[in-house]
Design a binder for this molecule. Structure first.
Ligand SMILES: NC(=O)c1ccc[n+]([C@@H]2O[C@H](COP(=O)([O-])OP(=O)(O)OC[C@H]3O[C@@H](n4cnc5c(N)ncnc54)[C@H](O)[C@@H]3O)[C@@H](O)[C@H]2O)c1
Length: 341
């Protein structure tokens, strides 16, 4: 039985908690034993409401050992791995601490604020011979896994044009409002749009260059709304857009439209439709479990069986941060091309 400590039980930590409960109920050999959050109010059991539904509205924490301080949790608990759902500016510090204490680490995306922090996390994992995975959940999300299969198996030929979008209401739920502080979250560009960046790099590899227009809408925030063009040698047209200032009850949406030589895939309203140029259109029968569930199960399995992390390697997660950094530099110069180094 794997014993897990979860650090940060805000919006996303609540989501992870719900998945551990589900896995335990299904008899999967993982047990969440300890929770840590600096804010004692979180232990009252009311879930943090974000812009999408990730868990339950209320939790019973009575079966867990509760800590306000991560160091104390690491000292007192016998854990197999630590699951980190802390604000991004704490990812590197917390992950390195847990790795140095001899634990494997599953850490939420984005990996960290910059390449240097990401590299120090990878170095700590290597030094301690521990596993490190970043929760890039779209690599496990059925609608995106289907797309990856079409890109790889070339059933519809090569990609000619691809568009990715995510958008939501302004995140006003976070601890000390860290999400709306540029230096703590990197704005929508690093926090939300990185999902599409990671998908683009997973599907097509690192782009040569990027050109980004970005707008800061909320005072002190990072880029809250943006559009990026990605340049590839074969000339395919790739664009992604994000906006987390869609208020007035908008909630959250994510979509894609990917055109191939012989058809296209459209993801909208939770459904993936395949349009084959020479055939009928059809809706893909997607797997029921979502990316959060599958990512946690994948990581737990790789710890249990000592198998390599292959779906979302820490190096690929670092590369997604590097691409976003190039996008930020481009947006700072009103869309000038930036090479991705
Ligand atoms: N994969 C996804 O789809 C997804 C969605 C939302 C958020 N996230 C990621 O999850 C992470 C957390 O985001 P969130 O929206 O849950 O933020 P949040 O502010 O709701 O939660 C963070 C929690 O960490 C706690 N915390 C802060 N400092 C701490 C410390 N030193 N020790 C212990 N606890 C501390 C806070 O009290 C809070 O409960 C971020 O990296 C974010 O990008 C991922």
């Amino acid at each position: 039985m794997l014993k897990v400590g979860l650090v940060g039980i805000g919006f996303m930590g609540g989501g992870h908690l719900a998945k551990y409960k589900q896995l335990e109920k299904e008899g999967f050999p993982v047990e969440l034993v300890a929770l840590c959050d600096v804010d004692e109010n979180k232990f009252k059991g009311k879930a943090v409401e974000g812009n999408l539904d990730v868990g339950e509205s209320k939790y019973d924490f009575s079966k867990y050992r509760l800590y306000k301080d991560m160091d104390e949790m690491l000292e007192k608990e016998e854990l197999d791995y630590v699951d980190i759902a802390l604000p991004t500016y704490l990812h590197a510090e917390a992950a390195i601490k847990a790795l140095n204490a001899g634990h494997h680490v599953l850490c939420e995306k984005p990996m960290a604020l910059n390449k240097e922090q990401c590299q120090s996390m990878i170095d700590a994992a290597k030094k301690n011979n521990k596993k490190l995975m970043i929760g890039h959940c779209l690599r496990f999300e059925p609608a995106y896994v289907v797309l990856k299969e079409y890109v790889d198996n070339k059933k519809l030929g090569d990609v000619t044009c691809a568009y990715f979008y995510r958008g939501g209401t302004t995140p006003i739920w976070s601890f000390e409002n860290w999400l709306l502080k540029r230096e703590k979250s990197g704005g929508a560009m690093l926090d939300q749009h990185i999902h599409d960046v990671d998908t683009i790099s997973w599907l097509f590899g690192t782009p040569e260059k990027v050109s980004t227009l970005g707008k800061i809408v909320v005072e002190e925030s990072g880029y809250d709304a943006l559009s990026t063009n990605y340049f590839y040698k074969d000339g395919k047209v790739v664009n992604a857009q994000d906006d987390w200032t869609l208020n007035g009850g908008y909630g959250f949406k994510m979509t894609y439209r990917v055109n191939f030589e012989k058809g296209n895939l459209i993801f909208e309203g939770g459904k993936v439709t395949v349009h084959e140029n020479e055939g009928e259109k059809f809706v893909v029968d997607l797997e029921k479990e979502d990316g959060y569930y599958k990512e946690i199960k994948y990581f737990a399995n790789s710890v249990m069986n000592d198998t390599a992390i292959e779906v979302a390697t820490p190096e690929s997660s670092m590369q997604s941060v590097v691409i976003v950094q190039a996008e930020m530099a481009s947006a700072d110069e009103k869309g000038n091309f930036k090479e991705v180094l």
